[in-house]
Design a protein around this ligand. Structure first.
Ligand code: SAM
Length: 253
């Protein structure tokens, strides 16, 4: 039976120890963990950090974590990490439930923190890391790299988990920083990326023409920009070039 809520527990002690090392934890750190599960990672976070806050959706597992929280620096919040307001933290360390990877990553990235060390499904991690001109380069790559520097720390085989997932995993380090280029209107940029990467094999001119009503811009705005760029496909443009194009077609200049 497929485990509910992405409950693949990390049991390889060497991987768990490396996650703690990657996060460079000290007693000055307040760490957020998404999905405490049976507490494998929580126990190690508890030793290394000053304070640990765990959000766990599964009521039974949340109750099970009380053996770690009693008289300790660990607090457990039972609930859905996508729904409940996030507490203050300066690092986030988690073996994520893969079905919420995208939503929880962007929820986290809207908060201010120093560092994230997160386990993802390898395929998803590859898309977050991807550079222009590669098959994995997508809306996710552009959006994630807008908010943070992203680094692959290691790939992890299914045998590190119990029960074993069907897919390989990867640990990423996310370091939030100032966006490396300017976006006039982030909401518009998100819709623009959805439109162009939704039809990634098409020339930008064609996908933008059909998306103009959804983007709320007159189709004439497309005539105001460099026509050479419109003959390209989204995957050959850097994030900064995509942002420049989005800024111009929204402004119609
Ligand atoms: N940290 C543990 C470990 O490494 O062994 C458990 C990791 S397991 C991949 C993911 C955990 O996230 C599960 O315990 C699951 O119940 C919990 N979870 C799933 N969806 C969640 C959500 N929306 N909010 C909070 N926790 C969630």
């Amino acid at each position: 039976m497929k485990p509910k809520h992405g409950q693949h527990f990390l049991i390889d002690q060497r991987v768990l120890n490396r996650i703690i090392r990657y996060a460079g934890l000290t007693k000055a750190d307040t760490v957020l963990e998404i999905g405490g599960g049976t507490g494998n990672l929580t126990l190690k976070l508890k030793e290394a950090a000053g304070k640990v806050i765990v959000i766990e959706l599964d009521r039974q597992l949340a109750v099970g974590l009380t053996h770690i929280t009693r008289d300790s620096n660990v607090t457990v919040l039972q609930g859905d990490a996508l729904e409940i307001p996030l507490p203050d933290f300066n690092k986030v360390v988690a073996n994520l439930p893969y079905q919420i990877s995208s939503k929880i990553t962007f929820k986290l990235l809207r908060h201010s923190f120093d560092l994230a060390v997160l386990m993802y499904q390898l395929e998803f991690a590859n898309r977050m890391l991807a550079s222009p001109g590669t098959p994995d380069y997508s809306r996710l790559s552009v959006m994630a790299q807008y908010f943070a520097g992203i680094e692959l720390l290691e790939t992890v085989p299914p045998s590190a988990f119990k029960p074993q997932p069907a897919v390989r995993s990867a640990i990423l380090k996310l370091t939030p920083r100032e966006p490396p280029y300017h976006v006039n209107n982030f909401g518009f940029f998100e819709k623009f990326l959805k439109a162009v990467f939704g039809q990634r094999r098409k020339m930008l001119r064609n996908s933008l023409r059909s998306a103009a009503p959804m983007l709320g811009i007159p189709a004439e705005n497309l005539q105001e920009v460099d026509q050479g760029i419109l003959e390209m496909r989204p995957e050959s443009l850097t994030p900064e070039e995509l942002a420049g194009l989005a800024n111009r077609i929204q402004a119609g200049t």
